[in-house]
Design a protein around this ligand. Structure first.
Ligand code: XIL
Length: 314
């Protein structure tokens, strides 16, 4: 039977999964990872703490492992992520930087990492999670030291280092129309008007049953398409309060069906990536105590109703 990737490709889209290095020793896991998906994202391996653990000392071990596995399986890679406030190495967060110093540190990091993966990745999440819920800029190290111009700078540096990579801004809680997605809409308009190399907006879509489905998702994706941007669902999971019941798993399946349908309905929504595919390796239980069961395969790697719903939607 056709895989999720096969089904997505019939629509000119991809269907992807995140993965992480420690899981790659699990051969039952890698078998499905290698067959069902045509896009892979490293869940941690390309983050700053992993790639530049000491200033000027770069470590590609984890990122390369995933890129090589993807190549072996003929999968593309959404690379993640260059500029973020989280998972930074201590040398970066424990020092007081002047703007001039920090700008040079950022430029070197972006240039070196993007060059290393040049020609090997489909896209980069250049800036991750730049806004607060109310649409104001998040007061990160980058924003506080460099001001809002760090975003345009980061995109330009990334483009110089790999002119072919599709460059994204990526965030959570921007699936619905609202203050946070409005902030991206205005920023995207602005960057486009200035000729900054921005190709797409990534909607993480870490959804939770208890907060309700983002019913304006499709309209929201469409307004970004109209700006001439690609969109993608980049880190999808649908968590619930445990224990999972048949009812909750059925509702979860509906959500997976609907969000996939929303992407397929919008011409420039290029694909869907789930934030790993099995509850065995989901980040949710560790970060949202009492919640979980967020992915289409269960902890035994058996498909859940959400998997069937994805197949139906595709
Ligand atoms: C998560 C990883 O899955 C975890 O393993 C890690 O401990 C924390 O980060 N938004 C993002 C991702 O952009 O990078 C995060 O990934 C999940 C939230």
């Amino acid at each position: 039977q056709p895989t999720l990737a096969d089904l997505a490709q019939r629509h000119g889209r991809y269907f992807g999964s995140a993965t992480d290095n420690p899981e790659l020793t699990d051969s039952a896991y890698t078998k499905i990872l290698g067959s069902e998906f045509d896009m892979i994202t490293p869940g941690n391996g390309m983050k700053w703490y992993a790639t530049e653990p000491r200033q000027g000392v770069f470590d590609w071990t984890n990122g390369d492992q995933i890129v090589n596995l993807a190549r072996k399986n003929q999968q593309k890679v959404r690379a993640h992520t260059l500029v973020w406030h989280s998972q930074l190495p201590d040398w970066l967060t424990s020092k007081q930087w002047t703007a001039t110093e920090l700008r040079a540190v950022l430029k070197k990091h972006i240039t070196t990492e993007v060059r290393h993966y040049r020609g090997k990745v489909y896209s980069w999440d250049v800036v991750n999670e730049a806004f607060n819920e109310d649409g104001s800029y998040r007061e990160t190290l980058w924003y506080k030291t460099l001001g809002p111009g760090y975003i345009a700078d980061a995109l330009r540096w990334a483009h110089q280092a790999d002119p072919r990579a599709r460059l994204y801004l990526n965030d959570y809680n921007i699936e619905a129309v609202g203050p946070k997605s409005d902030a991206y809409y205005r920023l995207a308009q602005d960057l486009k008007a200035q000729g900054v190399p921005l190709d797409g907006i990534g909607f993480q879509a870490h959804l939770a049953l208890q907060y309700g489905y983002p019913t304006t998702l499709q309209d929201n994706l469409r307004r970004f398409s109209r700006l001439g941007l690609d969109t993608a669902l980049t880190e999808v999971d649908v968590r619930m309060q445990l224990p999972a019941t048949e009812e909750k798993l059925a509702e979860q399946a509906d959500w997976y069906r609907d969000l996939t349908g929303a992407c397929l309905a919008v011409r420039r929504c290029v694909g869907v990536t789930i934030w790993d595919y099995t509850d065995k390796y989901s980040w949710i239980p560790a970060f949202f105590p009492g919640e979980g069961a967020a992915l289409p395969w269960d902890e035994q790697l058996n498909p859940k109703p959400a998997y069937t719903a994805l197949r139906e939607a595709l």
